[in-house]
Design a protein around this ligand. Structure first.
Ligand code: NAP
Length: 254
């Protein structure tokens, strides 16, 4: 536990969807949440989204700081973690959540679409882990949660880049878990199924119906369903769990 009793939590992609729900689920007087976001298209709108996350965390009794940080930039990421360390002197939890899709069949997939998805979804998690590993090892405590996906385990037509990024994230989780375990740091992954966010809102109705027909619990997941699994993995109750993939998919994968 930190000297002032406050844990420092970092969530990537906290402006919307699952990342925002994670920030809210972790909001508590004894937590300071830092999250980042990035919007090349509509910076003003995204800052509004970030403000919404901050307001929701504050309403829940917590403290949140949002920063525009592109996770594909090693310099921006290092600067972000540098600011967090400067303000609080420690990092207790990292949730690697930022992610995108650029779906199309393999034969049509452009190299640029492959590269950007791998960079944001996988390499950025490596970058962030590198930034927190030393402080966490020094503290001899820390929790890292990587947001993978059910498709990283079972594959999915039309998502080769995304599937590979999520399968890679699972490999990264297991390797980091083995490397950091001796210093009391746990590393786990969550594999959400079909969750209602902006990411899935763009799916055609037929694709949605096909997805939902595969969910034994008979409904799409909510961001809060995923956030509560994150809250468990970063809690004291999960101290003896590391290197695992927790599926939050209404039973889509068993
Ligand atoms: P979302 O609503 O599209 O939100 C994505 C978040 O990532 C946003 O906060 C976005 O920031 C941020 N982001 C994207 N590119 C970034 C970059 N270059 N630098 C910094 N931040 C960036 O997505 P979501 O559905 O909540 O997904 C969250 C995670 O869960 C992703 O890793 C996704 O792959 C995974 N997941 C989702 C589902 C699902 O069904 N929704 C299922 C399995 C796994 P801006 O707001 O600034 O764009």
């Amino acid at each position: 536990m930190p000297a002032n009793g406050k844990r420092t939590i970092v969530v990537t992609g906290g402006s919307r969807g699952i990342g925002r729900a994670v920030c809210i689920a972790l909001a508590a007087p004894e937590e300071h949440i830092f999250f980042n976001y990035f919007s090349p298209v509509d910076p003003e709108g995204e800052e509004a989204a970030a403000r919404e996350t901050i307001a929701a965390v504050t309403n829940a009794g917590g403290e949140a700081t949002g920063m525009a940080v592109n996770v594909t930039s090693a310099d921006e990421v290092a600067g972000f973690f540098g600011q967090v360390m400067e303000q609080t002197g420690r990092i207790d939890v990292l949730v690697n959540n930022a992610g995108i899709t650029k779906d199309t069949l393999l034969v049509r997939m452009k190299e640029a679409d492959w590269d950007i998805v791998l960079d944001i979804n996988l390499k950025a998690a490596f970058r962030c882990i590198q930034n927190v590993a030393r402080p966490m090892m020094k503290q001899r405590s820390g929790r890292i949660v990587n947001m993978a996906s059910i498709v990283g385990v079972v594959g999915n037509a039309g998502q080769a880049n995304y599937v590979v990024s999520k399968a890679g994230l699972i490999g990264l989780t297991k390797t980091a878990a083995r490397e950091l375990a001796p210093r009391g740091v746990t590393v786990n992954a969550i594999a959400p199924g079909f969750i209602e966010t902006d990411m899935t809102a763009a799916l055609p109705e037929k694709a949605r119906e096909a997805m939902l027909s595969q969910v034994p619990l008979g409904r799409a997941g909510k961001p809060e369903d995923v956030a509560s699994a994150v809250a468990f993995l970063v809690s004291e109750s999960a101290a003896y769990i590391t290197g695992q993939v927790l599926h939050v998919s209404g039973g889509m994968y068993m």
